[in-house]
Write a protein that binds this ligand. Structure first.
Ligand SMILES: Cc1ncc(COP(=O)(O)O)c(C=O)c1O
Ligand SMILES: N[C@@H](CCCC[NH3+])C(=O)O
Length: 427
């Protein structure tokens, strides 16, 4: 929770300026209380008397040991998309049977690792992957789902829609012969249990009708598959994509309404087509972590051009690529000038060697001086997880705060880290 005391911002009871001074900037700060609250809200929201329900946190939004353990503490499962995310989850001690392994191009090594570690659910993305997986020795029963592209176009940035017909993800719902062949192929391996399908229509989706369309489409698809194969598929995984609030223009579906809405639609298709659905999964990522996250920057120089007034910060696209990649909008404040009048409009720009390195195009702020701490809100999703070493800027530290205390959960990269992997000289 945020508070303002004597003109200063406090996050989780800790003064933002103190966090910046103690841990340095740029700094990713997560309010652990908000994270916990979101996890609890999803658990309360996604309950059903009719279906078993599973919330799978999409770890691509933000993953580190502390986050994996927090999800585990709340009994939330984990979606991973790479051997690397799987490794971090495993190192954190996350129960492997509660891992859902996604990805359109899982390598042989990744599939082998998943089977060796005892990953509970593998989402197969295409026929070639199914063949490869089925050819491997599987020592214990493993649930397999197939990612289907429902062909539902959600209204969001074109880079983050995932279910247009030409998407790289999943098998198009109309390719039912290929899908039936994939099921047979998977089940040729006695320890692979084909249990159903997965779909995901995109990210930062506000419109509940997009999810309704997804579920109705999956209903018709499942009815067709039932007719074709003479069997039912008990698991339906509907993916994530629930939006978060970045600016006052955003009005996401409240978390408490997400679960009942999805479950109601699932009951409707189950009744209409007698699908025998038993378990429903959702995979929220952003909607759990985005609003819990803040980035603290230290202001550097300002510059006025004929049309703009810049304030430069000590990070930028290397710690938050989203404005450059998706024209994503954020809001900012000066952490020690919270009650001061916002008389200026600044373009907050980063320090990377790139004109597009803009954090916020038009930020209303009080006059900013060098060394002021600027806080950018709602940076908890796809900020740290998409950070880069562009210009060899060091990946910032991650700090959790709660009840007036802070804990360093990921340290800042050091200069030594930047050469630690350099292995030799030119020929
Ligand atoms: C398969 C899958 N599941 C879940 C998610 C999480 O999405 P979000 O962070 O928008 O909830 C994604 C990302 O879009 C995804 O590709
Ligand atoms: N990385 C994207 C969303 C993609 C989600 C994963 N499929 C974002 O920052 O909004």
């Amino acid at each position: 929770m945020e508070e303002i005391k004597n003109n200063a911002l406090y996050i989780g009871g800790v003064r933002a300026q103190d966090l910046a001074d103690q841990y340095g900037t740029p700094l990713y700060v997560y309010d652990q209380g908000v994270l916990e609250n979101k996890l609890e809200q999803f658990i309360r929201s996604f309950r059903s008397d009719r279906f078993k329900t599973t919330i799978v946190y999409a770890s691509k939004a933000f993953l580190c040991t502390a986050m994996a353990r927090l999800a585990d503490r709340y009994g939330i499962d984990l979606d991973v998309v790479s051997g690397e995310e799987l490794y971090v989850a495993r190192q954190a001690g996350f129960p492997m049977e509660r891992i859902v392994f996604h990805g359109n191009n899982k390598t042989l090594d990744e599939l082998k690792a998943a089977l060796e570690y005892g990953v509970g659910t593998i989402i197969v993305d295409n026929a070639q992957e199914a063949r490869r997986l089925a050819s491997l020795p599987v020592s214990k029963p493993t649930t397999v789902l197939l990612r289907v592209n429902p062909g539902v176009e959600a209204h969001t940035h074109e880079y983050i829609v995932t279910a247009h017909v030409d998407s790289k993800f999943g098998v198009l719902k109309d390719e039912t012969d290929a899908i039936a062949a994939i099921i047979d192929c998977v089940e040729a391996n006695p320890n692979l249990r084909f249990q159903g399908f997965h779909a995901h229509i995109g990210s930062q989706i506000f419109d509940r009708n997009a999810f309704k369309a997804e579920i109705e489409t999956m209903g018709r698809f499942l009815a067709g598959m039932k007719q074709k194969t003479g069997r039912v598929f008990p698991i339906l995984d509907l993916g994530g994509g629930f939006a978060a609030t970045y600016t006052s223009e955003d009005a996401p579906i409240p978390v408490k309404e997400v679960g009942p809405f999805i479950l109601e639609q699932c009951a409707a298709i189950d009744d209409e087509y007698d699908l025998g659905l038993e378990r429903i999964l959702i995979e929220p990522g952003r909607s759990i972590v985005a609003e819990a996250g803040y980035t603290l920057y230290r202001a550097g120089y300002t510059k006025t051009t004929p049309h703009k007034r810049y304030v430069f910060v000590d990070g930028g696209m290397s710690d938050n690529i989203r404005p450059a990649l998706y024209q994503a909008k954020y809001r900012a404040e000066a952490a020690e000038k919270m009650n001061e009048e916002k008389t200026e409009t600044y373009c907050i720009a980063g320090k990377c060697c790139e004109s597009g390195d803009i954090v916020i195009e038009n930020a209303a702020l009080p006059p900013i001086e060098t060394d002021d701490i600027l806080v950018v809100y709602t940076t908890g999703a796809y900020g740290y997880s998409m950070a880069s070493n562009y210009n060899l800027l060091r990946i910032p530290a991650v700090v959790f705060v709660k009840d007036g205390r802070s804990s360093l959960v990921v340290r800042r990269q050091t200069l030594e880290d930047l050469v630690a992997r350099d292995a030799g000289d030119a020929l």
